[in-house]
Design a protein around this ligand. Structure first.
Ligand SMILES: [Zn+2]
Length: 65
């Protein structure tokens, strides 16, 4: 069994013991947002939509064509 030991936000390699949230020190402030994200994903939201709802992704810029 292999776990991906990298930060789920910035892909920094992590050691499993230190990372219950799979977030590095710089991203651990996002743990609450990522918990919401996981909840939304379990409800069947698409990854991008869930990230938008948690403020983890930037919405598309309507002026950007
Ligand atoms: Zn990170």
């Amino acid at each position: 069994m292999s776990l991906r030991n990298e930060c789920r936000n910035c892909q920094t390699p992590l050691s499993a013991e230190e990372t219950p949230n799979r977030l590095c020190d710089e991203c651990c402030y996002l743990a609450v947002d990522y918990r919401r994200y996981d909840d939304l994903r379990e409800e069947g939201r698409m990854p991008y939509q869930a990230k938008l709802m948690c403020g983890l992704a930037d919405p598309p810029d309507p002026d950007d064509e």
